[in-house]
Design a protein around this ligand. Sequence first.
Ligand code: B12
Ligand code: SF4
Ligand code: SF4
Length: 335
Amino acid sequence: MSLTDSVKNEAIELGFDLVGVTDASPIDSRQVELVNKWLASGFAGQMDYMHKNLEKRINPAKLLENAQSVIVVGLSYKPPRQNQPDAAAPTGRVASYAQYEDYHPFIKTRLRKLTDFVGSLAGPGHRFKICVDSSPVAERALAARAGLGFIGRNHMLINPVLGPQTFLGEIITTVKLQYDQPTYCHSERKEPLALSEVEGEESPPSVAVNCSTCTKCIDACPTGALRADGQFDATKCINYLTIEHKGTMPSELAEKIGDRLFGCDECVLACPYQQKASVCRNSEFKFYRDRAALSLQRILDMNERDFEAAFADSVIKRSGLDQLKRNARICLANI
Ligand code: B12
Ligand code: SF4
Ligand code: SF4
């Protein structure tokens, strides 16, 4: 078995659902243009970190000298079917990705094991850099290049079998591996595949697929963050507003947040690939059924100690208690 195949087998053994390898060259120049345009339009809002380390974000080799390969993994987070929340007390909805244990340490721990495995096979002297979300890396672009899926109009990396609810992580390394082809990349086909063709498929289409004429995610977005011109205005995205945005919420957007306490799933739930996808099957990745809807009064009554105890292993702690209370007050006003 080749080194690359052994590495991929190990990644699956470690519980990842997807794995692919790409080279460490910069991302496509059209995508660099998209990032620059996005930043220049002010669509990053208060996420100042998106303006920093741009050179690194578009070129993985700037993160690790003499990098040769990027191993990209995917972990499904599609939740099991959920019960309706108890209607007696007002609750706020929590986006699917936050109903699990915090995915950052979960993925990092397993990528560290994968790194040890690659190192043991590749021999001494090799170097590795593990990235999960917070590093300046264009994760979706690299995942598409490594054959994990295609980028949809909802801007998610979509695997036709696992759908869009897939976390990503990478190992940038000096080890030279065999590279995958961008199997599902838009550029693979001259003519887009009609969505009806995709919907009829029982197994993953072996040809490249894309969104074709579908606009379900754009239609489902409550705030217009997914713009018709294909740009993503993060300053209007409920994920950004409830998690990243500090201070008071613009009133016209506060109304549109509805009862979403933390994050938003609409553009993902509307996607036909999501509806067909299988649920997360990694039993080690802890899922908290009771985090789908949280009592708003309980949030408002919390002190820092309660907050830490309730969300120590959750991405919810990243917003901080003050911000979560602000969101709870907005939800209550909307309800
Ligand atoms: C900043 C950020 C956010 C911001 C801005 C989102 C955004 N769309 O840019 C906010 C806070 C709103 C956010 C929300 C969410 N995020 Co976020 N986020 C990031 C982060 C840190 C950077 C993304 C980025 O570079 N944005 C800049 C814009 C310009 O990039 P982009 O939209 O991804 O576009 C790139 C490519 O998609 C490509 N491209 C863009 N459009 C198109 C169109 C076509 C047709 C093609 C071919 C290519 C293409 O070019 C761009 C350059 O690479 C990444 C982690 C990372 N280091 O990459 C996670 C990440 C993208 N987020 C993730 C997730 C899960 C989410 C949420 C579902 C939940 C959440 N965390 O709040 C929502 C989904 C909202 C959505 N529909 O995108 C996952 C996505 C996994 C996946 N399967 O795609 C990532 C990869 C984190 C991870 N490690 O799993 N996020
Ligand atoms: S997460 Fe919600 S607000 Fe953000 S783009 Fe998707 S549908 Fe719109
Ligand atoms: S909802 Fe339709 S347009 Fe949006 S990402 Fe899914 S397939 Fe593409």
